[in-house]
Design a binder for this molecule. Structure first.
Ligand code: URA
Length: 234
């Protein structure tokens, strides 16, 4: 990238002003003052303007990933497990997961390099709902459903009211959709365990109004403009 564009993209000056900074000897690349206009910045170069290191702002990227099982929602793992960022490595931006899903949970995960949006979306104050489809062991009686809806104790914390609908009740297991307004660690698993039904499979299908849709496990799509605006407005 040309040096004046690099400076302009870092948000500190227009391209023309960047040319002035360069001509006036205010700019260094890798510790060496440069005054040539056409100078190029290569990957890994350190650019300083008036003694401060600058970096171009990345274009903001917003992705919806269908997280497969067996991935952790992190950018790296010291135990060598697969991380979700590997699934978006063809995106030319340092995106990170917004919130988390368990290693054994699949489904909707938003990934972005927009820290401000990530903060808003995960802040408890905004209470974005999250909807999961779960396969649980056993039978979900009317009594158990009422408890789950009202709030259950998951080890010193009573969950807030939730929407719980049985999609299918089989002989030995049930498929349920559950919408919660909070995101305690392993909350859905703990809620069903609290009424004696173990979660066998768990998939997140919705965050607020954003739906997983037909994106296949391990694949991602860009969020639409409307979806981004919706998240910004939360
Ligand atoms: N609740 C869980 O128990 N696990 C998840 O990954 C998400 C919600």
């Amino acid at each position: 990238m040309r040096l004046n564009k690099y400076i302009a993209d870092s948000g500190i000056a227009s391209r023309r002003k960047a040319d002035d900074l360069i001509a006036n000897g205010n700019v260094k690349i890798n510790g060496r003052t440069v005054t040539e206009m056409g100078c190029q910045v290569e990957d890994g170069d350190v650019v300083e303007v008036n003694g401060s290191v600058i970096r171009p702002e990345e274009e903001k990227v917003y992705l919806l990933l269908n997280k497969p099982l067996g991935y952790i929602t992190s950018v790296s793992d010291d135990r060598g497990r697969a991380v979700v960022t590997e699934l978006v490595s063809d995106i030319n931006a340092r995106v990170f997961p917004v919130g988390r899903l368990d290693y054994n949970t699949s489904g909707l995960l938003i990934m972005t390099n927009d820290g401000e949006l990530a903060y808003r979306v995960t802040h408890p104050k905004h209470e974005l709902t999250k909807t999961y489809r779960a396969r649980v062991s056993g039978v979900l009686s009317v009594k158990k459903l009422a408890k789950l809806r009202k709030g259950v104790d998951i080890g010193g914390y009573v969950t807030k009211p939730a929407r719980v609908e049985v999609v299918m009740q089989g002989e030995r297991s049930a498929v349920v959709e559950i919408t919660i307004h909070e995101g305690k660690n392993r909350q859905v698993r703990k809620m069903f365990a609290a009424v004696g039904n173990n979660v066998q499979e768990l998939e997140r299908i919705k965050i607020g109004r954003i739906m997983l849709g037909h994106t296949k496990p391990g694949h991602y799509r860009k969020l639409t403009k409307e979806e981004i605006e919706y998240l910004r407005g939360c």
